[in-house]
Design a protein around this ligand. Structure first.
Ligand SMILES: [Zn+2]
Length: 349
């Protein structure tokens, strides 16, 4: 969807530089130029065989999130994932997450799953292989792989019970269908936690100490009192067309330490979404949080190739604020699909 250029670092064959080959969508060209003016790729981790790496022996492990070492009491028994399986991670495991932190993050991931709602069940991989069923909280709207279709055929079965629920709107002229559903209850604060955990997981070891505050935020049960703080807001792009083949996280680092922008921004790509997460309050940025300097968070562009967007449509951006520690109940959720053609089977009877 976008191109990356890999170049060897002279004298070090084990390390490679990665840079984007800019082919941004016209509408985002300015945002793209501004962003790559501030930031360069520090690390890129994709869920594929290439990025699998050997894990440390359990006896040598330390939890990055709470600092606990392997011991009789903490044996690192759980199979911890670098980022959640629910966003499609198959291969990437973590060797720096203890069992206690793992169970805390599982709680966050339940909230993330509820926030993502029906979109996971609608994904093409689910239509092919299945394994996931979405049921609206009132159980009247169900999405799952069609159990009558063969495994390798992508076919979904969508059930809408009780007509008065108006689960979908068909716009035949524009070839669009919108499903109207409801998310199961979730706590936004925990959804933020799930994203922050992913972001802190891609940090190279040598940067972990710079983020003591962010790690403390992740563990804290205290309400966040800065609901307007842009450091804790996320941008998200939704792109039409096929989804990303597998999840990918890119850690961007600012090119010049003296720029009043956050040190690291994480790009989290999965399904048809690209999330922008700021890693909050890096130790090296302390100088710019003196109450006088104006700190900006540059917007990340969607890293979608121009030709891809011309074929399928321009990504749409939203700003999300998960800075609320309260249960969201019965939140409406709409998912729109474009289609090529449709058959009205009622007329065939
Ligand atoms: Zn831990």
């Amino acid at each position: 969807m976008f191109r990356l250029k890999y170049t060897e670092i002279p004298g070090n064959h084990y390390k490679i530089n990665r840079e984007f080959i800019g082919n941004p969508i016209n509408e985002f060209a300015e945002i793209y130029e501004r962003f790559v003016g501030f930031y360069a790729i520090k690390t890129l981790i994709a869920d594929d065989e290439l990025h699998k790496r050997p894990l440390k022996l359990k006896k040598d492990r330390t939890c990055r999130f709470c600092g606990v070492l392997f011991s009789k009491e903490e044996k690192f028994k759980s199979k911890a994932h670098l980022f959640p399986q629910l966003i499609g991670n198959k291969y990437l495991l973590s060797d720096f997450e203890c069992d206690k932190c793992n169970s805390l993050f599982s709680k966050f991931e339940n909230d993330l799953a509820n926030f993502l709602g029906a979109t996971r069940a609608f994904s093409i991989s689910n239509a092919k292989k299945g394994g996931l069923k979405f049921k609206s909280p009132d159980k009247t709207f169900i999405v799952q792989k069609d159990y009558e279709a063969a495994d390798d055929i992508a076919k979904l079965r969508i059930e809408s019970h009780e007509e008065e629920n108006n689960h979908f709107t068909l716009d035949a002229e524009n070839k669009k269908v919108t499903f109207h559903t409801t998310r199961a209850s979730y706590n936004p604060h925990n959804v933020y936690g799930a994203f922050l955990k992913m972001g802190l997981s891609v940090l190279p070891d040598e940067l972990v100490d710079d983020y003591k505050i962010a790690f403390a935020i992740l563990q804290s049960t205290k309400k966040n009192e800065e609901s307007d703080n842009p450091l804790f807001k996320l941008n998200v792009y939704l792109h039409p067309g096929p989804s990303f083949p597998s999840p990918m996280l890119i850690l961007f680092e600012k090119k010049k330490e003296t720029e009043p922008v956050p040190m690291h921004i994480v790009c989290i790509m999965f399904q048809n979404y690209t999330y922008q997460l700021v890693l909050p309050l890096c130790k090296k940025d302390k100088w710019m949080y003196d109450g006088k300097k104006i700190v900006t968070v540059p917007n990340m562009p969607p890293f979608i190739d121009k030709h891809f967007a011309e074929k399928f449509g321009i990504p749409i951006g939203h700003r999300l604020n998960f800075n609320f520690d309260e249960l969201k109940r019965n939140e409406k959720h709409e998912v729109t699909f474009s289609f090529e053609n449709f058959t009205d089977t009622r007329l065939n009877e």
